[in-house]
Design a protein around this ligand. Structure first.
Ligand code: HEC
Length: 443
């Protein structure tokens, strides 16, 4: 992602605060919308297949309405899905500037796959519309080539639907996995390719959590948009209403009821250092919201009264908010070290721009060593880190390389823990590298 790193500059600390807020807002737009799009397409494809198999037009009708009502127009779909996703990728690229983590490149991949899913899903939607146009022609004599065209449309429609949901599942997996790993700096080194996503417990736990949330928000949206919004869809058709209601309530209820499990697993997997009162508070609020939603859904189910569906839909959004804020607080806690590095780099950049970068020389190298390194390093004795006598000779006098390590340490020796980034500026890293190298060379 070299091009990207050049485009993105390290944010200053005020900038980080702003980015955090923007990130929450973008996630709050993107996640529920992506959840509804995924849910609507999956259930539409499902009902479409059921309709074709059973020959019951009721199911085909549900399939069409689901994709029609819930995926909004093409432009709105872009504005609520693709755009916030681009924003989120850019924000992560800034917050994770310079960090050795695969999240940013995987988020870009997720974005590309999402765009593919978006194109397929909207083609699936148009196939329905064309099918309907041809259907209305059926009363008159349909020419042979139109019939052929129709079967082709039906075939392509099914294809588009299947591709759309597959891409959607993959895109969201990559997205959730990248975001999960980003919030766990301890895993940045070990999770270094996409396959490692597949064997990470936190990744799967968060992904299933997202799928459950998608079910909840889809069920809530169906209840609201099919029965309350603008008088509902196909009023008076009771068979249709009964079928839709049943499926929407069950979907939402299952989606909501399994969430406490994931919140629980999530909290268990939380590192002490990343937990804070805020994180627990929002986890608690999420559990409370789940309890209320489950009760309301049960009420709707029991009394066949959909008047509460607007409240349910609203509360599902509130639940999303609590979860997202909780996860972003965790992320912020996990980023403490990274943010220190970022602020230092931003400051350095600002100074460079102002042309007032201080020249650091070898004398400062000794000072930096005494201030920042001595706690873990001596020249001839192991402390927390290895003695310089043992590690520095292998650099063979390559000052740049040694300074590079000190500027941005990576894992080297499995017998030692990783060296934390000391937040030095480039020039300072060079100075201290020179000091160490000179001293090791003399002995
Ligand atoms: C909190 C402890 C700690 C501090 C502070 C620290 N280091 Fe390290 N350092 C380590 C550890 C642990 C390792 C071993 C890392 C590894 O092998 O992955 C290490 C390794 C190194 C190495 C060997 C790299 C190699 O290629 O084997 C150098 C050189 C080094 N540190 C320089 C510095 C300098 C310069 C500073 C001060 C600016 C510094 N360290 C501050 C803990 C620390």
């Amino acid at each position: 992602m070299n091009i990207f790193e050049q485009l993105v500059i390290p944010p200053s600390s005020e900038h980080i605060a702003l980015l955090t807020v923007m990130q929450i807002i973008s996630l709050l737009t993107f996640l529920p919308f992506a959840g509804i799009t995924l849910g609507a397409s999956v259930f539409s494809v499902y009902f479409n297949r059921k309709g074709k198999k059973s020959g019951n037009p009721l199911y085909t009708m549900i399939a069409k309405d689901l994709i029609d009502k819930l995926t909004v127009g093409k432009a709105a779909g872009f504005a609520l899905g693709v755009l916030p996703m681009i924003t989120i990728v850019l924000i992560y690229a800034q917050l994770l500037y310079g960090a050795k983590v695969i999240s940013v490149s995987m988020l870009i991949l997720a974005l590309l796959v999402y765009i593919a899913a978006y194109v397929f899903i909207y083609n699936y939607k148009s196939a329905f519309q064309i099918e309907r146009v041809i259907d209305t022609l059926k009363n008159s004599d349909v020419p042979e080539d139109v019939k052929k065209y129709e079967s082709k449309i039906i075939y392509m429609g099914t294809r588009y639907g299947n591709w759309g949901i597959s891409f959607m599942f993959i895109s969201m997996f990559l997205f959730i996995a990248s975001v999960t790993i980003a919030a766990k700096p301890g895993t940045w080194n070990s999770v270094d390719n996409v396959l490692k996503f597949l064997i990470s417990v936190p990744v799967w736990s968060n992904y299933f959590y997202f799928l459950a949330s998608s079910a909840a928000v889809t069920g809530g949206a169906v209840l609201y948009f099919f029965f309350e919004w603008q008088g509902g869809v196909r009023p008076g058709n009771t068979d249709y209403a009964a079928e839709v209601k049943k499926f929407a309530i069950v979907t939402a209820l299952v989606g909501v009821m399994v969430q406490p499990l994931f919140i629980f697993v999530n909290t268990l997997l939380l590192k002490n250092t990343n937990a804070s009162d805020g994180v627990y508070l929002f986890a608690g609020l999420a559990l409370l919201a789940i309890l209320i939603i489950a009760n309301l859904l049960y009420y709707v189910y029991k009394n066949a009264d959909v008047s509460m569906s607007g409240v349910v839909f609203f509360l599902v959004f509130v639940l999303f908010t609590f979860t997202i804020v909780k996860d972003q607080l965790t992320f912020k806690n996990a980023m403490k070290e990274q943010y220190l590095v970022l602020s230092a780099k931003a400051e350095e950049l600002a100074k460079e721009k102002a042309g007032s970068i201080v020249q650091v020389n070898a004398a400062d190298g000794e000072k930096i060593y005494n201030e920042k390194c001595i706690a873990c390093h001596r020249f001839d004795q192991k402390v927390v880190g290895p003695p310089y006598q043992e590690t520095v000779p292998k650099y063979n006098g390559d000052l740049k390389k040694l300074a590079g390590f000190i500027y941005n340490p990576v894992k080297v020796n499995p017998d030692f823990p990783a060296m934390p980034n000391q937040g030095l500026k480039q020039k300072e890293a060079e100075a201290v590298a020179k000091f160490i190298m000179d001293k090791v060379g003399k002995k």
